[in-house]
Design a binder for this molecule. Structure first.
Ligand code: GLP
Length: 336
């Protein structure tokens, strides 16, 4: 009896602790369902790629600073590879070098990785991230997560990646680029919009597009990849999608002016309550004039989101030592 009581109590305690952890996680992940925190889709139109990169970097910087990350409050970022985010990474490195931003209390999860491409191959996404970003910032390497495309059991690797994201408390801000067919990460046309991290066979269009990194030789491009699913990204509290160039104009039109369609997986984010598409003018070529004019008219509002914040001096100071802005402008700006 004594034994059973103790067992029941410890079970209750465990369940209670688990319950509290689950409640905290749900609160974090599902804040998008909280009506007061929910916003609509934004389209930020920048003059060119440089302005797009600067806007995105400042936005990311401000989101990190405003969350006041610390040892008990890591900011969790989802990250892409590709040419679209390169300029943003360069600016973030600059902020870090100038002491305006720290990644000490930031955890990152990359979107995807090729299967069976050596981790140290110059075109692996692992190499891309270390060369272009991680080695230049003060992130703890243990906090920079990238899928292992050489894992013996690829399915287990994908499942454990989802678990790691959950353990980190979910993604606060998932940044993505898109392919010219509107794929996000490696969620090729036809992917399920409720997909999770898994192995994907690449579409011919993607292999062709990526041949530029493999001596223009399609046969050298890996044919499979591990990728987070559309639902993995949809679970993020917030999503930022970078789209640049006329090559992506058709995909941008499909993404925001047409309906949600699994043949253009980025279109799913129309239904995410906190998505911002950051694009350059070239990418808007196929949008309706009235769509462009409407969102251009909101640029003053959007630019407020990237103004310098007050507490730039000591980004690693504990929350109590920092002065917090009286309003969180990500929650006070409404549009579209
Ligand atoms: C690949 C990546 C995507 C990326 C896309 C576009 O398909 N898996 O995550 O968004 O390329 O790359 P880029 O930005 O170079 O056009």
């Amino acid at each position: 009896m004594q034994f059973n009581l103790e067992l029941a109590l410890s079970d209750l305690k465990t369940r209670d602790t688990r319950g509290a952890a689950v409640a905290r996680l749900k609160e974090k992940l599902n804040c998008r369902w909280n009506k007061t925190a929910c916003k609509s889709m934004r389209l930020v139109i920048c003059d060119d790629y440089n302005k797009l990169s600067e806007w995105a970097a400042k936005y990311v910087r401000n989101r990190i600073l405003k969350s006041q990350p610390g040892p008990d409050n890591y900011f969790v970022l989802g990250l892409p590879t590709g040419s679209s985010p390169l300029g943003m990474y360069k600016k973030l490195v600059e902020f870090c070098n100038r002491g305006e931003l720290s990644f000490k209390y930031v955890k990152t999860f990359n979107m995807d990785e090729y299967v069976r491409l050596d981790r140290d191959h110059p075109e692996s996404y692992h190499s891309f991230m270390w060369e272009n970003f991680f080695k230049h910032i003060d992130i703890d390497p243990q906090n920079a997560h990238i899928l292992d495309g050489n894992a013996e059991d690829l399915v287990a690797e994908c499942d454990s990646y989802e678990e790691k994201i959950t353990e980190a408390g979910g993604i606060d801000l998932f940044i993505g680029g898109i392919g010219s067919d509107g794929h996000i990460a490696f969620n090729e046309p036809g992917s399920s919009l409720v997909s999770r991290t898994r192995v994907k066979t690449l579409a011919k269009e993607t292999i062709l597009a990526n041949a530029r990194f493999f001596d223009d030789d399609m046969s050298k491009v890996p044919k499979m990849a591990l990728t987070v699913g559309v639902a993995t990204v949809m679970d993020a509290k917030e999503v930022l999608i970078l789209i640049s160039g006329v090559k992506k104009a058709h995909a941008l039109r499909q993404a925001i002016e047409e309906g949600v369609n699994h043949m253009c997986t980025v279109s799913a984010f129309q239904q995410h309550p906190h998505t911002t598409f950051v694009v350059d003018e070239d990418a808007t070529m196929e949008l309706r004039v009235r769509t462009v004019k409407y969102f251009q008219g909101l640029m003053d509002v959007h630019n407020k989101l990237v103004e310098d914040v007050e507490d730039l001096q000591d980004p690693t100071a504990p929350p109590s030592a920092k002065k917090r802005k009286s309003t969180d402008d990500s929650n006070s700006v409404y549009n579209s």
